[in-house]
Design a protein around this ligand. Structure first.
Ligand code: ADP
Length: 489
């Protein structure tokens, strides 16, 4: 039996695939627990019971019980229900309260989200006590669960769950849960001394939930080694760089993986022509042709297809793409964009499509099936992010034999080795400074190899498909961290 056989881990976070996913956090909340189960851990995931969870999942949940919990400064009591389901060995406990979670979407704006996630964080700990399931580690994710380490060491310290240790993972530091000190004081009901500079206070008027969680967590992790360094600098630190430097001894970077069962081109039912490394080159061309037909692009598998699958926000480097869009195009190139977000990017990409019918498609939607088809069909995927804690799309691309073109930041830097023409090594094309001309240059280098030296290009496709982008190695690193913190008594 391995040393980890008895580890009990509770995950607390605001979203998890397949129930609710708005981005990479949802992928990690799904895949990491499964990888930990494979390593012999017992894992429970606690997340809100949102109204938008598809009925087919709700139908399979069992009611585990309910209780009343006080929350605010004035001791208002709130209903907490627990709905439970199991998926591949992972137990999911959904925290139910219609007042907070019946609105439909997970995130509805900070004014409602702050009370919502104050309630959720406290209710998650209360639920663990109610279920009489005391984990060794409570692994919390992003600002929505950042109050958990604080409640754990204060209000819950004398309760059974108080013996657990906590880890807080930063998936994206840009979102922190900031509001007036009075607002957070009221909703958390936490004592005044926590609203000073070492914990929640960040300036004369405002409190910051993430900041408090980072101070109280036993360990802090983020999703790549490079991002762990970057967030200690002013440029990437989102105002918390000083706080993170102060806590740097407990900060670790562990890169994300992807779920290699979901992202498996050989068994992917969403693809017209599933493929393995043995027939990738031929089948990728078939998928490209099918996608060109579906999206109204010129049907020619010889075209260099550049994909982009992304939330459309400035984080993702879309200003660079926008600045050189027309120059990316030529008679050999097609661009396929899938994403939703900021109206200025949605509008810009729609405009480019209207001006370049047959060679540009801007699909302004969240569409899981199309995402799979773009990863399979494209020759290269652009991820030119301004900052990128880890990034999953470049990992998925490599697994599907699609060459990533990335800026050397955060997890992109840690996962994509730059192509070296001399030694013929590397996984993709990279550039360092946040400059549109450098993106253009990287795309041109990729296109040149594709058009002029297909043999070497194809070797890189196969090299990328063989690269290990699974969770196994990272799950082991998390286990080592859990072990460092010991077991609950
Ligand atoms: P982030 O979490 O910052 O949005 P990541 O690269 O970590 O970025 O994760 C993005 C995830 O969301 C990937 O699984 C990607 O395929 C998916 N995704 C992003 N936009 C879309 C979209 N419009 N349709 C389908 N999937 C999308």
């Amino acid at each position: 039996m391995s040393v980890n056989a008895q580890r009990k881990i509770a995950f607390v976070g605001s979203e998890s695939y397949p129930f609710v996913k708005t981005g990479g956090l949802g992928d990690v909340m799904y895949a990491l627990p499964r990888a930990l189960i494979r390593q012999g851990c017992e894992v429970r995931v606690l997340m809100p019971y949102y109204n938008c969870i598809p009925q087919k999942f709700k139908d399979k949940m069992n009611f585990r019980g309910s209780f009343m919990m006080d929350l605010c400064q004035d001791g208002r009591a709130f209903f907490v229900g627990i709905m439970e389901t199991e998926l591949d060995g992972v137990i999911y406990d959904f925290i139910e309260n219609r007042e907070f979670f019946d609105w439909g979407n997970p995130y509805t704006g900070l004014w409602e989200d702050i009370p919502k996630f104050c309630f959720f964080s406290k209710a998650a700990l209360a639920a663990l006590n109610f279920l009489e399931w005391v984990p060794d580690i409570i692994h919390c994710h992003d600002w929505q669960a950042a109050l958990v380490p604080v409640y754990l060491r204060t209000r819950f310290a004398p309760t059974p769950v108080g013996s657990a240790r906590s880890i807080l993972t930063i998936h994206n530091l840009r979102f922190q849960g900031i509001c007036s000190i009075g607002h957070l004081k009221y909703w958390t009901g936490l004592p005044d001394y926590l609203f000073d500079y070492p914990v929640f206070k960040q300036n004369d008027d405002e409190a910051n939930m993430f900041k408090g969680g980072l101070a109280y967590a036993d360990r802090v992790t983020t999703v790549s080694a490079t991002y762990a360094q970057e967030i200690q600098t002013t440029f990437y630190g989102e105002g918390l760089d000083g706080h993170l430097r102060y806590h740097k001894d407990k900060l670790h970077g562990i890169v994300n993986g992807i779920d290699v069962d979901i992202w498996n081109s050989e068994t992917d039912e969403l693809l017209p022509a599933p493929y393995s490394a043995a027939d990738a080159l031929e089948k990728k061309a078939q998928n490209k042709l099918a996608l060109q037909e579906k999206l109204g692009l010129d049907e020619d598998p010889g075209k260099f297809m550049l994909g982009l699958v992304s939330r459309l926000t400035d984080q993702k480097g879309l200003d660079l793409v926008n600045a050189v869009f027309e120059e990316l195009l030529d008679e050999n190139t097609q661009v396929v964009i899938l994403g939703t977000g900021d109206p200025r990017y949605e509008g810009a990409f729609r405009y480019y499509e209207s001006q370049n019918k047959g060679s540009v498609c801007a699909y302004i939607q969240y569409n899981e099936a199309l995402a799979h088809q773009i990863y399979a069909s494209s020759d290269a995927l652009m991820v030119p992010s301004l900052f990128e804690p880890c990034g999953l799309t470049q990992l998925i691309a490599m697994r599907y034999g699609t060459i990533p073109i990335v800026r050397e930041t955060g997890g992109l830097k840690d996962t994509v080795a730059p192509y070296n023409e001399v030694t013929d090594e590397g996984n993709g094309f990279t550039f360092d400074r946040y400059e549109a001309d450098l993106l253009l240059d990287a795309v041109r280098r990729a296109k040149a190899l594709y058009l002029e030296n297909r043999e070497r290009w194809n070797e890189m496709v196969l090299r990328d498909m063989a690269k290990d982008v699974s969770w196994e190695k990272s799950a082991e690193e998390y286990l080592a961290l859990y072990d460092e913190l010991g077991t609950a008594n």
